[in-house]
Design a protein around this ligand. Structure first.
Ligand SMILES: Cc1cc2nc3c(=O)[nH]c(=O)nc-3n(C[C@H](O)[C@H](O)[C@H](O)COP(=O)(O)OP(=O)(O)OC[C@H]3O[C@@H](n4cnc5c(N)ncnc54)[C@H](O)[C@@H]3O)c2cc1C
Ligand code: FES
Length: 332
């Protein structure tokens, strides 16, 4: 039987169980969110040996070398001792300097980090509340242009973190964060290449960052941004994106809604389907996909089948555990 040691306690691993599953089954209070290797909130460190690379997707080399891993991605095949990350190494601190309700359900959060954060627009950070609850939010800000980190947080029904941010968080509060993480950002290696950006909901946040970063970098290819939502009211940066398009001849914006009829310049249908019908040949394009996992995963396949090279498909699926079928624990 394989054993897992965490702090002073040792737990028994069931066959096929991840480190995260063992700890949660044993009622150990560790941060987690997506359970799918996407959010990095379950970062732990092995203290008694190496971990397989498959448990370290997207981690910085410095963290990989120190045997940090994602607890939801490691199924131990031998006895193992693990601990929470060294706070000084991975935790940043920031003050909330701005909160703006962009619509009924979406809040723009501006953060001033205590020390400068080196990041790319479109990456994400994991915000941590004082009780340890951690969730990922994408960076809409562009480091060389914007003074503050900008996040767009959409309220989910009964969502713990998103409702707390929308209703309770105040300007002046301090937040801890881990990151940045993720490799969905603008690469200035092909300035003539056309970019196709497709996002649903707050999947617009990283795409705004990426589009503005590309424009700031004098990108010469066309940049087509498709934003999808259910209703016209949910197109929360519609005016701002139209103004961006008016000011930049190579930036093009399409708004798409699924729950209402087409009106004026707003199209009816799924953003990914409308984008791929306008651009059936993706051979020479770079494609960015952000937002709902169902959209991202479907669109990634179609983009590949329509000719985009794998290395030209950058995606961030906003994976989250749908807790509705489970009883909520004290913190989760
Ligand atoms: C890489 C990445 C980037 C992301 N970027 C963004 C971003 O930029 N903006 C953004 O808004 N989000 C983003 N997300 C999603 C975000 O991390 C959170 O998952 C989201 O805000 C929900 O967190 P929550 O704590 O509010 O919801 P949770 O409390 O985690 O709830 C999760 C689900 O359970 C449902 N639920 C409803 N009722 C109950 C109940 N009674 N008991 C239990 N569960 C219930 C909730 O509705 C929700 O669907 C990103 C995710 C990832 C992985
Ligand atoms: S990466 Fe493990 S819970 Fe999200």
């Amino acid at each position: 039987m394989i054993s897992l040691t965490y702090g002073n306690d040792t737990h028994t691993c069931e066959p096929g169980e991840s480190v995260l599953a063992v700890l949660l089954r044993s009622n150990v209070d560790v941060p987690y969110s997506c359970r799918a290797g996407a959010c990095h909130s379950c970062l732990l460190r092995r203290s008694d040996g190496a971990v397989p690379a498959s448990s370290q997707p997207g981690l910085k080399p410095t963290l990989r070398e120190q045997n940090y891993f994602l607890a939801c991605q490691l199924v131990p095949d031998e006895d193992i001792s693990v601990s929470l990350p060294d706070d000084a190494l991975v935790t940043g601190h920031a003050i909330v300097v701005g909160l703006e309700h962009l619509n009924k359900d979406i809040c723009r959060v501006l953060l001033e980090p205590a020390t400068p954060l080196y990041y790319h627009a479109g990456q994400y950070i994991n915000l941590r509340r004082q009780d340890g609850l951690a969730r990922s939010y994408s960076l809409a800000s562009v480091p060389s242009v914007d003074k503050h980190l900008e996040l767009h947080v959409r309220r989910l029904d009964n969502g713990r973190m998103s409702n707390w941010i929308n209703d309770v968080l105040q300007v002046g509060d301090q937040l801890d964060f881990h990151g940045p993480y993720g490799d969905c950002f603008y690469l200035p290696d092909a300035e003539e290449q056309d970019l196709l950006l497709i996002g649903t909901g707050t999947g617009l946040a990283p795409l705004m960052g990426i589009a503005r970063d590309a424009l700031r970098s004098q990108h010469r290819g066309d940049i087509h941004l498709f934003h999808g939502s259910r209703t016209i009211r949910d197109l929360y940066l519609d005016r701002c994106l139209r103004e961006l398009a008016e000011g930049h001849p190579n930036f093009h914006y399409r708004a798409c809604v699924t729950g209402e009829d087409a009106v004026d310049e707003v199209r009816h249908g799924r953003a990914n389907e409308i984008a791929f019908s306008e651009f059936p040949d993706l051979n020479a394009k770079r494609v960015y996909l952000c937002g709902l996992p169902a959209m991202v995963n479907t669109a990634r396949k179609i983009a590949y089948l329509n000719g985009a090279a794998m290395e030209n498909i950058m995606a961030d699926a906003f994976e989250m555990t749908d807790l509705r079928k489970e009883e909520r624990t004290e913190r989760e």
